[in-house]
Design a protein around this ligand. Structure first.
Ligand SMILES: [Zn+2]
Ligand SMILES: [Zn+2]
Length: 162
């Protein structure tokens, strides 16, 4: 028995004669092999709580959303706005290159109006970007979750490592 650097329990698997992730073994012993490309998620976010009830098979996109603070409500994903903090349905966000904008529609509009006012107030100054004009995507960084890493979406909360 050993806990990995990322906080997962590894146990010896007599079948494969290797150390394997306990949560994977628990899930697979009940359900069979994990389908390719899927991940096992710890529902209560406790990476050491490997009871079968706490394990859920998810596709990577759903998994990423859950670790980004999103909630699925009656078939619609709700997402926290980076700007105002409100949880709103994804239909309240403008689509962007990577998934959707981290700010909800009303925050984007409010921000655009404010930026326009600022530009008018500062005639003569160069048309440089205002620091909070556009949400930034930290394309280089990743979120670590359940032993997988995901591209980090701009402004998303990184799940607390509990
Ligand atoms: Zn997870
Ligand atoms: Zn907002």
């Amino acid at each position: 028995m050993a806990i990995t650097a990322k906080g997962y329990q590894r146990v010896y698997d007599p079948a494969s004669k290797r150390l394997r992730m306990e949560h994977v073994l628990v899930w697979e012993s009940a359900n069979g092999r994990i389908p390719a490309g899927f991940v096992i998620h710890h529902i209560n976010q406790d990476k050491l709580d490997n009871r079968l009830d706490n394990l859920e098979l998810l596709d990577p996109l759903t998994h990423k959303r859950i670790h980004s603070g999103c909630e699925l409500r009656e078939g619609v994903w709700w997402k926290p706005c980076r700007k105002c903090g409100a949880l709103k349905p994804v239909t309240e966000y403008y689509p962007q290159k990577i998934w959707i904008s981290p700010w909800c529609r009303s925050c984007k509009i409010e921000n655009a109006v404010r930026n326009k006012q600022r530009r008018q107030e500062s005639k003569g100054r160069t048309e440089s970007q205002w620091p909070d004009c556009e949400p930034s995507f930290d394309r280089g960084t990743t979120i670590e979750a359940d032993g997988e890493s995901f591209p980090r979406l701009g402004g998303f909360r990184v799940p607390s490592a509990t």
